[in-house]
Design a protein around this ligand. Structure first.
Ligand SMILES: [Fe+2]
Ligand SMILES: [Fe+2]
Length: 176
């Protein structure tokens, strides 16, 4: 049993993870249009990850006896001037996610909601990885600057990323 305030906050964040998924799906399309197939594939993997985050919140709420409510999805941007801009926006977005994850955790602590505190731990750790990945890619992109060959080399490396379903249950949807 979780409080109504906790359930509402988790539900709102579940919708935000779906919004994150949409942002990266759109970035995948934008990278593809730029001829950066590796980056398009990286963002597709990121989209899949966000869908698993969304499903983790969904499953947790359902397991707590909550009938979830899906919000109308907000339109996401789809124009970017460079791959660097895409990753800078990605880092910015993930920093926002981190602050939201911290707020949810704080709410669980204040409400002495031990189950939700344990549930949130996974996301607290995950956000370190998310921000770190983005910072690393941004640093590499800044090193090569406008050098097309350099960008293509990074693009090739990004294309090697593979989707790994998180521990504790794979997403119940077909993986591309
Ligand atoms: Fe996420
Ligand atoms: Fe991740």
């Amino acid at each position: 049993m979780i409080s109504k305030a906790m359930a509402d906050a988790l539900n709102a964040h579940m919708n935000f993870e779906l919004y994150s998924a949409n942002i990266y799906l759109s970035m995948s399309s934008a990278a593809n249009e730029m001829g950066l197939k590796g980056s398009a594939s990286w963002f597709m993997v990121q989209y899949q990850e966000e869908m698993t985050h969304f499903m983790k919140f969904f499953n947790y709420l359902v397991d707590q006896g909550i009938n979830i409510s899906l919000a109308a999805s907000k339109a996401v941007p789809n124009t970017y001037s460079s791959l660097l801009e895409m990753f800078e926006k990605t880092l910015e977005h993930e920093q926002l996610v981190t602050s939201r994850i911290n707020e949810l955790t704080e709410l669980a602590v204040k409400g002495k909601d031990h189950a939700t505190q344990i549930f949130m731990q996974w996301f607290v750790t995950e956000q370190i990885e998310e921000e770190n990945n983005d910072r690393d890619i941004i640093a590499k992109l800044k090193l090569v600057g406008d050098n097309g060959q350099g960008v293509l080399m990074i693009d090739g490396t990004l294309g090697q990323r593979v989707f790994v379903p998180p521990a504790g249950g794979a997403a119940p949807f077909p993986v591309v």
